[in-house]
Design a protein. Structure first.
Length: 218
């Protein structure tokens, strides 16, 4: 029986990128690692067992924790709520070369991948994902279940509301203390966008300068 069993919830591409971070973080402990996934996935992935959630719950480990490596923030929230109800705590993950400066407050269950930088005076909510090479600069406020794809550049005095998704390589212009730049709840910023103005809740923007995304009629 494992003393501590840590499940990486989600055995997709991101989950397979996150497991090695967890392995490194827990290398001086006796924790055992598994993937947890209810989808149609092999029983072993990259040398680690894949358990269904009910199998994970039933395992007789002394303590169980989960890392929510699921990019879709709505699913992430749903699963986190279910696991909390089942008495399973989340584990935050922080790659060994993450840079975090002064007065940074980060919520539970976050994943900070390699080369993430959080500078000074930043507030970040729960279950935030920062994929590789992303940064958050001074005086930003990030909500719950926000997702950064790789290489997001979020400059100072920016507010990002809950469930927003920021695509790979996006650049967000700095706001000011009096008027932060605001990315609204559940907004999507497309890969490569250069965001120079507020983005309303629920809206997708793309391009440089970023504009509301209107897919062509086919
Ligand atoms: C903006 C986005 C959400 C739109 O997704 P979608 O609705 O599936 O869009 P499609 O791929 O069907 O593309 C529709 C059109 O928009 C264009 N387009 C898509 N994304 C674009 C972007 N980021 N910037 C500019 N144009 C874009 C496509 O070329 C296509 O143009 P066309 O109609 O002339 O052929 C998506 O493309 C995106 O940028 N997602 C983020 C991806 C990312 O960062 N992944 C990281 C994984 S870790």
């Amino acid at each position: 029986m494992a003393d501590v069993l840590v499940g990486i919830y989600g055995a997709s591409g991101f989950g397979r990128e996150v497991l090695p971070l967890v392995r490194e973080q827990l290398k001086t402990t006796s924790a055992e690692l598994v993937f947890v996934d209810d989808g149609d996935v092999p029983k072993v992935l990259n040398g680690y067992p894949v358990l269904r959630y009910d199998e994970f719950l039933e395992s007789d480990a002394g303590e169980k924790k989960l890392v929510f490596a699921i990019a879709n923030s709505a699913i992430r929230e749903k699963l986190a709520a279910k696991c909390t109800k089942d008495g399973i705590r989340s584990l935050s993950v922080r790659a060994d070369n993450t840079v975090i400066l002064d007065e940074v407050d980060v919520g539970e269950g976050v994943i900070l991948c390699h080369f993430t930088q959080l500078t000074s005076n930043i507030r970040i909510g729960k279950y935030f994902h920062a994929n590789i090479y992303s940064y958050v600069a001074h005086d930003c406020v990030i909500g719950d279940y926000v997702t950064f794809a790789p290489s997001v550049r979020c400059n100072g005095n920016v507010v990002i509301e809950d469930h927003a998704y920021i695509g790979a390589g996006a650049v967000i212009k700095q706001g000011t203390p009096e008027k932060p730049l605001v990315i609204g709840k559940s907004a999507v910023v497309g890969m490569g966008a250069v965001v120079t103005k507020d983005v309303p809740p629920g809206v997708t923007v793309v391009g440089n300068p970023a504009k509301v995304f209107e897919p062509r009629k086919r």
